[in-house]
Design a protein around this ligand. Structure first.
Ligand code: SF4
Ligand code: SF4
Length: 431
């Protein structure tokens, strides 16, 4: 298919998460929602053939009207395909890219199978590698375990060392769960100070309690982060970041929030007004509405019969995307931070609003707290950016404001922040 044959409903740019091993992984993380997806393909070997890989890359490149195209691999654990598969994939992409197209290769991995050959390959082709790690050893090893239930922390650190040796760009993906959520600063500082990483994404674990692994039911497992914990976690990390790290450390939730205050498109789909432009490609060419909706009723078709761009333009996929905006409960429609939150991901909308309307996001309380808390700082940063200054200047401005606010307060005085605690037990560290 050429770009001139694009269905009119197709978005100019879209994202495909390709899962070459399907849900298969060498680990057995307790909260992983992919593992139950094995049941969708009974008896399958879960390996993407070169034919499907070539169809995927060719269709992706043909479908994009933009010059930059991201080729993204995820799992399960994609490195189980072996390095040669990815060497062939990069060669296919080079062969099929159109003049002027710029490729960005990304891969999300648990990092445990990486060696120097992988490191050299990623470096040579400019891969951005996402590594899943949930914090320091004692927090990471609670849920991120191998098939025998054993710890994986050391293997992940070995993988990170490989990537560091080869100068590969690394993003950290941290799943915030019931256990690590109470330690926001330990987790954040571990990434920043111990691992020296600058690109961090926090994702909340909201795992529904059911036997299907689908988005059904309205209770969550006890591994899931609570809404209150999630709000506290984000606020605590934000305070550390806005005080010390703006411009040096990039936290996707904060970057996307700033984009909202600037009224531009942010990076995270969960805060977009609509969705539907991020589809999941299974190992056999099946395409689903989203990586979180790999379920029979969200199957769009197979790329060996129908091209990616035709699948993403299907009316049911467009309706899936628009439903995110069109099904918001009144509580969200009237919410002062809706422009930033947009009701977050539909997969988490299974609770009732205070007046009993269904469809409220389980994490609402946390998001309200977070987006309300960051409003003053976000306004300042947006103002700086609009006037041509750097967002990081906000640290100096806020620092001066804080010094003025807390000047002359005695250690045993009530903290001016209104917490009711003594200054020495509260904001003494900010002056
Ligand atoms: S369903 Fe959720 S994760 Fe999927 S595209 Fe929509 S917002 Fe993003
Ligand atoms: S904070 Fe809560 S009420 Fe506001 S948009 Fe988000 S989910 Fe809806």
């Amino acid at each position: 298919m050429t770009t001139t044959e694009r269905p009119v409903a197709a978005p100019p740019q879209f994202h495909v998460l390709a899962k070459p091993t399907g849900a298969i992984c060498n680990l057995d993380c307790s909260y992983c929602f992919f593992l139950s997806k094995e049941a969708l393909y009974p008896g399958d070997r879960f390996r993407m053939s070169d034919e499907v890989m070539r169809a995927y890359i060719g269709q992706l490149l043909a479908a994009h009207t933009t010059l930059n195209v991201t080729i993204a691999w995820q799992g399960g654990e994609p490195t189980l395909m072996g390095l040669d598969f990815f060497k062939r994939a990069v060669a296919v992409a080079e062969e099929l890219k159109r003049p002027g197209q710029r490729l960005e290769h990304t891969i999300q991995t648990n990092g445990t199978l990486l060696d120097d050959e992988w490191g050299a390959f990623f470096a040579e082709h400019g891969f951005i590698v996402g590594i899943s790690i949930d914090g320091p050893r004692q927090l990471h090893d609670i849920y991120r375990v191998d098939k025998r239930g054993g710890p994986t922390f050391d293997k992940v650190i070995d993988g990170l060392e490989v990537l560091d040796r080869h100068g590969v760009d690394v993003n950290v993906l941290c799943a915030v769960n019931r256990m690590n959520a109470d330690h926001p600063l330990i987790v954040y500082r571990f990434f920043r100070d111990f691992l020296g990483l600058s690109f961090i994404q926090f994702i909340p674990i909201v795992e529904r309690e059911n036997d299907t692994g689908f988005q059904e039911g309205d209770t969550v497992t006890d591994r899931s982060v609570t809404p209150e914990q999630w709000g506290r976690f984000l606020v605590a990390v934000f305070e550390e970041w806005i005080t010390n790290d703006v411009g040096d450390v990039f936290v996707m939730t904060f970057d996307t929030a700033l984009a909202k205050w600037l009224d531009i498109k942010g990076g995270l789909c969960v805060f977009a007004e609509t969705c539907g432009d991020a589809i999941a490609l299974e190992h056999n060419g099946d395409v689903y509405a989203c990586d979180h909706y790999v379920e029979p009723k969200y199957l769009l078709g197979n790329i060996t019969d129908t091209t990616l761009v035709e699948l993403i333009a299907k009316p049911e996929q467009r309706a899936f995307g628009d439903a995110k905006r069109d099904t918001l409960p009144r509580y969200c429609l009237e919410c002062p931070v809706r422009f930033a939150c947009n009701g977050e991901c539909p997969k988490n909308r299974f609770t009732l609003t205070p007046d009993g309307e269904p469809g409220l996001n389980y994490l609402c309380e946390g998001y309200r707290k977070f987006f309300t808390h960051v409003d003053p700082a976000m306004r300042k940063m947006a103002e700086l950016v609009r006037s041509g200054r750097n967002a990081e200047d906000v640290m100096e401005i806020l620092g001066a404001e804080r010094s003025a606010r807390y000047a002359g307060v005695g250690r045993n005085d009530p903290c001016p922040c209104g917490s009711g605690r003594k200054f020495k037990q509260c904001h003494v560290h900010v002056v």
